[in-house]
Design a protein around this ligand. Structure first.
Ligand code: KIV
Length: 271
């Protein structure tokens, strides 16, 4: 039987075993109780409480404004819904870049106050000291390289990263440094598929891709994007599994019409 089917609760160890067995890892973002309950029941391996909540839940243009308190609120809602998936929580911008002591106290707050199982941090060598300090407290860390949205003002655009040799080599070195430091997995965002495949082959920890091709150990998508809730976001890497924008629009319009016409509620919908 596949590892995926055997486990009652997914742990970081499960993900390592899945990589070794060549089983692909599925990961989706989740930010609230009701959606996380469905995602978990569907059997996804990892739920990421992404700082993309800043965009899809709060309507900000970037991930920078979301606070540690807000991430803890979203994460605790998700944790209450989940029976099986590993819950990874993004450390928000400003909660770990200052120094390793601050990084550790932010990570401890996330673990204590949300009940999440691991944290995710964007960056390589430049945040290694913080990653190591968090790991010494027994908190599992997932890395995130390539397009790291918390650095959008440094990049200037959301285009594909590491197309040039110098940046590609640096990314590979960063991935190896994260593995050596003790990260249990790494997200690679929006980089050439060939490079992502090479990283997945050269490190033993699972590599989860978003816009990084099919040669990695698993995939992650933002749940609002894959459900087609945002009908104005269609990057090449996104596969839409639904068109909830249209379906929700039709339901809301029908409801409005039924209220206005007096059709709702009818005699069987009242006491
Ligand atoms: O915040 C997020 O949703 C993420 C994924 C895109 C990997 O970091």
């Amino acid at each position: 039987m596949s590892i995926h089917k055997q486990v009652k609760k997914v742990t970081t160890h499960t993900l390592h075993e899945m990589k070794q067995a060549g089983e692909k890892i599925s990961m989706l973002t989740g930010y609230d109780f009701s959606m996380a309950k469905i995602i978990d029941a569907a059997g996804v391996d990892v739920i990421l409480v992404g700082d993309s909540a800043s965009n899809v839940m709060a309507g900000h243009e970037t991930t920078l404004p979301i606070t540690l308190d807000q991430m803890i609120y979203h994460a605790s809602s998700v944790v209450r819904a989940v029976d099986r998936a590993l819950v990874v929580v993004d450390m928000p911008f400003g909660s770990y870049q200052g120094n390793s002591k601050e990084a550790l106290s932010s990570a401890i707050r996330i673990m204590k106050e949300s009940g999440g199982h691991a944290v995710k941090m964007e960056g390589g060598q430049e945040i290694l000291e913080s990653i190591k300090r968090i790991l010494t407290a027994g908190i599992p860390v997932m890395g995130h390289l390539g397009l790291t949205p918390q650095s959008i003002y440094k990049f200037g655009t959301y285009v594909v990263r590491a197309k040039e040799e110098e940046e590609a080599n640096r990314l590979l070195e960063d991935a190896k440094a994260l593995e050596e430091a003790g990260c249990f997995a790494i997200v690679l965002e929006k980089i050439p598929a060939q490079l992502a495949t090479r990283v997945a082959q050269e490190v033993k920890i699972p590599i989860i891709g978003i816009g990084a091709g099919n040669g990695v150990d698993g995939q992650v998508l933002v749940v609002h994007d894959m459900l087609g809730i945002n009908n104005d976001f269609s990057p090449r890497f996104l596969r839409k599994y639904n068109n909830l924008y249209d379906q929700m629009m039709k339901s809301f319009q029908q409801y409005i019409q039924d209220v206005r016409s007096g059709d709702f509620p009818n005699s069987s919908e009242q006491y």
